[in-house]
Design a protein around this ligand. Structure first.
Ligand SMILES: *Cc1c(COP(=O)(O)O)cnc(C)c1O
Length: 367
């Protein structure tokens, strides 16, 4: 399948909306559970809850960042209607084992490809294992178009349902499109990795007062975004972006390979990846000993290091976990992971000197 050609077709307001539409097409609704990994962002449970179903959180693998097949097998019950498999940071999940479990239980897999459109598991492209996959195009994702997402269906019946829904979806309001466009413009002009911390705090302040389109909706109401498409001008931008997507992939791989060679501090450890897999990273992940300290020093030194996911359901803090049905200690490895994992940028604006600067910074943390 030509993923790049498909990406600008079934576009929705956000990645979570694309996921929601796939779940609805499968028939997921009230009374159902959808299995999804902890160590994810709020967008995923938000999209599940919008269908009327509830998330069932599965822990990550030991030493890895993706869904643990054993924990999935243990937690599955007859209320589960679908499994969302996330390829976190672009590292492919254990598709062979997860697909076998899904097949035994006659459950559809939907792949969360928001972090990668190009990684491979056993030489097969992510997004082609399940009945469908979804993608996101906001800041921080491999292709940045502003705000938006898309769905790709590998099943003709589901595809026709989602296509019909897509035709029924509305465009976002002009005011909203304008806001997102201004945000995109400001972001693409201002961003370079040494300004990361500054832009991040600016964005947080602006979205708090509603002047920027924030990433998360209030949890007390179901948002009306779930029947919106991606705005036409943003979709056009995406069409252009996919034509140079191969360059994005090459750059991301080259930067990740350099981090791998240059970061020699034994306290900075990359997560486990499946054998026979090829990761195209959205960001380059590393375990560190003292995450709060690393982040504080990085901000001081203007080094772009991201904290996500800082909780098992980013960015929810513990008192809000019950709102989305996450029970403390139900995914202990994901809880530890969120306290230890950092990630480095691999985008086109990361220049040679900066790769070395980040690497030296991390090597200098040696205790
Ligand atoms: C960004 C992201 C989403 C949701 O994308 P939106 O476009 O913000 O809805 C879902 N899953 C993962 C893993 C993501 O990183």
């Amino acid at each position: 399948m030509d993923v790049l050609a498909e990406l600008p077709k079934l576009t929705f307001y956000r990645g979570r909306v694309a996921m929601f539409q796939i779940l609805k097409a499968i028939g997921v609704g009230p009374g159902d559970l959808v299995a999804t990994q902890a160590y994810t962002c709020l967008a995923v449970p938000e999209g599940i809850i919008a269908t009327g179903a509830k998330p069932l959180f599965i822990d990550v693998e030991d030493g890895g960042v993706n869904m643990c097949p054993t924990d999935l097998r243990t937690k599955l019950d007859e209320s589960v209607r679908a499994i969302i498999v996330q390829h976190t940071f672009g590292i492919p999940a254990q598709m062979e084992q997860l697909s076998a479990i899904a097949e035994q239980n006659k459950l559809p897999i939907i792949e969360d490809c928001c972090h990668t459109f190009a990684s491979k598991f056993a030489n097969q492209l992510v997004g082609t294992f399940g009945v469908g996959s979804f993608y996101s195009f906001e800041w921080g994702k491999p292709l940045v178009a502003g705000v938006g997402g898309s769905a790709i269906l590998n099943d003709d019946h589901l595809k026709s349902i989602v296509e019909k829904k897509w035709r029924e979806c509305a465009e976002p309001s002009r005011l909203r499109v304008l806001k997102v466009q201004l945000q995109y413009l400001a972001f693409s002009r201002m961003y370079n990795p040494s300004r990361y911390w500054k832009i991040r705090s600016l964005f947080q302040r602006l979205s708090q007062i509603g002047a920027a389109e924030g990433n998360y909706n209030p949890m007390d109401e179901i948002s009306s975004d779930f029947d919106l498409r991606m705005a036409t001008p943003l979709r056009k931008r995406l069409k252009v972006l996919v034509t140079s997507a191969q360059e994005t992939v090459i750059r991301s791989k080259s930067i990740a390979n350099q981090y791998k060679t240059l970061i020699t501090n034994p306290d900075c450890v990359p997560p486990k990846v499946p054998l026979d897999s090829d990761s195209v990273f959205a960001r380059y992940p590393l375990f560190v000993e003292d995450k709060p300290k690393v982040l504080a020093l990085a901000e001081e030194s203007k080094i772009e290091i991201a904290d996500w996911y800082k909780t098992p359901i980013h960015p929810l803090s513990q008192e809000d976990w019950p709102k989305i049905g996450y029970e403390k200690s139900s995914c202990p490895r994901a809880e530890v992971l969120s306290g230890r994992l950092i990630s480095l940028p691999v985008n086109q604006k990361v220049k040679q000197g900066y790769i070395e600067q980040i690497s030296q910074f991390l090597n200098g943390l040696r205790s």
